[in-house]
Design a protein around this ligand. Sequence first.
Ligand SMILES: Cc1cc2nc3c(=O)[nH]c(=O)nc-3n(C[C@H](O)[C@H](O)[C@H](O)COP(=O)(O)OP(=O)(O)OC[C@H]3O[C@@H](n4cnc5c(N)ncnc54)[C@H](O)[C@@H]3O)c2cc1C
Length: 322
Amino acid sequence: MPHLDREDRDSELPVSRIALRSILSEGLSEVIHYGKKCIAFAGDPQGAVAARFEDGSSTTGDVLIAADGAGSHLRLQLIPHARRVETGIVAISGKLDLSDDVRRATPPPILHGPTLILGPNGCFMFASAVDYEDDTADDDQCYDPEKYVMWGFSACTETLDLPADPAALSGENAMAAVLALMDDWHPALRWLVQTADISSITSFAVKTSVPIQPWATQKVTLLGDALHNMTPFRGIGANTALRDAAALRQALVAVSRGDVDLIQALAAYERDMIRYGFAAVQTSLRDMERFHAKGLLARVATKSLFRAIDHVPPLKTAFLGR
Ligand SMILES: Cc1cc2nc3c(=O)[nH]c(=O)nc-3n(C[C@H](O)[C@H](O)[C@H](O)COP(=O)(O)OP(=O)(O)OC[C@H]3O[C@@H](n4cnc5c(N)ncnc54)[C@H](O)[C@@H]3O)c2cc1C
């Protein structure tokens, strides 16, 4: 993918989860309570909503926002008909500290930004470097000092030939499974896999949510992966969760000003979020299929599309739907 000017508002800036989490939770230490597992909600006689926690405690509020990720307990209670299904693709990822050796051995496009690699036999690799100066940080406050190269390798279950539960695979076995499919790949890419920190290697079966229609709005709403969890192949799951957060914030501010009723505001948020959230789910699925296609024609078409995008920046804007 072409890498736009990093000063450009629309450019990609890879950020580690650790750094993003620190930034998002800044100033909230009095508000966030870690280690509390929310297991259910219930209506309150006063018209509020109560959240129940695994440790037996509970709390009430005007509205409950379930942002509890793809395995959301609260989604299961709110809309038990919503489904999450396997896609038939397995992903294995790993990372390497960005030492001088790794910097020298890594193909330059990967050092410059997210890079997509279409391999033979429906195998796909994504690689990127997290390597930027945190110029807002001083010595006491560094969001995530780690610089690294990460890769993710994926293929369909039959091609990777793994045991029933990929998540149970050891780092060594997962690395061996990837290398077995990379015999005729460029040595620099094999090296990135071979040199990954074994403890960083994880495997998982890629799942996706199934689109659903709006439901009868309650004082409990959903945000991010709790509803529209998607495959990682477009890299927009967290971006879409942030979009939800911004939209929901706007809706709740309007309610607090008395401009609109709470249920009406939540219903409008949910309608819109369902529309663009599941559109993102479908886009991610389409990319997943594109990247893992085995047929010659489909692979040539995908490679041509990305080469064209590489050479004509406006095509990238159109492709990303900006
Ligand atoms: C390999 C991979 C690569 C990805 N790459 C990208 C990318 O490049 N760009 C991008 O935009 N997205 C990416 N994503 C998607 C992104 O990670 C998710 O979409 C995003 O994390 C969703 O955010 P969320 O806050 O909705 O859920 P989560 O990040 O899953 O957060 C849910 C939180 O709720 C907590 N929780 C769970 N259950 C409970 C409970 N019962 N009570 C209380 N708390 C609970 C969890 O501990 C967690 O902290 C990727 C995903 C994967 C798997």
